[in-house]
Design a protein around this ligand. Sequence first.
Ligand code: GAP
Length: 466
Amino acid sequence: MSAPNIETIVSLSKRRGFVFPASEIYGGLGSSWDYGPLGVELANNIKKSWWNWLVYERDDIEGLDSSIIQNRLVWKYSGHEQTFHDPLVDCRTCKERFRLDKLQDVQCGKHPSVHAGDDKECSLTEAREFNLMFRTTLGAISSDDDPSALAYLRPETAQGIFINFANVLNTSRRKLPFGVAQIGKAFRNEVTPGNFIFRTREFEQMEMEYFCRAEDAPKLHQEWIDGFQDWIGSLGVSTANLKLYEQGPDELAHYAQRTVDILYRYFPEREDEDKQWDELMGIANRTDYDLRVHSKKPEDAEGKRINPDSTDDLSYFDTATNERFYPYVIEPAIGVNRTLLAVMMDAYTERTNEKGETRVILKLTPGMAPIKVAVLPLAKNKPEIVELARKIKKNLQPSMRTVYDDTGGIGKLYARQDEIGTPFCVTVDHESLEDNAVTVRDRDTWEQERVGISQLSEYLSNKITK
Ligand code: GAP
């Protein structure tokens, strides 16, 4: 089972502290979201898993953390100033603004039951290009219209990696193929943000640029497509809710030779199967475009330099073949927020007990669960039991995220932990004082096992790393 729709996750997130509407006490700010105590843990678990898998478990990838605000020239030469546009139309009737290529996915502001543009009354303006980069000005004395002070919030983390290619290469003494991984915020002034955290103006990306020789790029590209499907599966997302989409020639970004998207079934409630899917991530073969355009030396067909502003040449010298060239790059790019949404939707389950009550169980993998263990005293008015429960919590905490909770009856406490995805509850009862053992309850089977307190940490660690 998975969530029937995104709204179910919006409500669970608010109720339990995963994600809150941003600026809520001032009426909110359209499509901005804050991550609460559980959401930040889940997002951190996703980022840790990605970083461990790429940077620690492999031998060919380095990490990087580049600036959100870069020299404006980065965005001039990357092509973003010229081409990072969406076609925008206004509706003269409902006064809403839409992305021309997404009209089928959004509702008309005046008639919410119809798609924008469908209604006979909708009168759309001609499409205009709208640049998605957020503008800002640098310095205390600059004015908003001073072009020399203009800067952008990065719309992707990738460019920070390309402009540091020589720095990383020289300091890490890498040879091709190798990759550089980065996690960080990106900003896009989306025309139609929406669907909860699926499309927002501020979001977080996990991008890896894998540099290689041109002739190796197609094979490596396929390996990363396969590898990322496995990694997403390792987060607990079922393969039945994932599918690949090969971008057609008219959809490819200006820099890409081939791009394959991994789609997730974010909209299972839609009747039309084709419309149930949307992009979780993209894996692109960006060719040597980026290193070339940021380099000082490349020349166009007339022999003129195309980048007179860069001070460096981002080419690679292969000592084995004595060749100098611009490496190709394979780019798997995935959003933290869209991954979090897919992980939560896929983990969502409902279970009805013998009394006919339906409970929500978030079947997150132990690795993803924000809280791994909840220690619950069965008699909170008995000081020895409370003391023992608190001691057990303290002992487990350095190795696994553990909470202590005595704010309700045991049924209510179990239900709360099930709903937030805690895989194990440990109950401390009167008998624990005699036999030095506790009851461990499994979230998914609701089975209970008696475990000695001295073996508890090892017992839980073994289950949590599985
Ligand atoms: N460097 C390539 C790049 O940025 P992209 O497909 O535009 O490619 C990569 O973005 C990923 O970032 C997307 O697959 C998605 O997961 C996430 N993403 C992009 N725009 C987003 C937005 N407005 N809100 C949330 N996530 C977004």
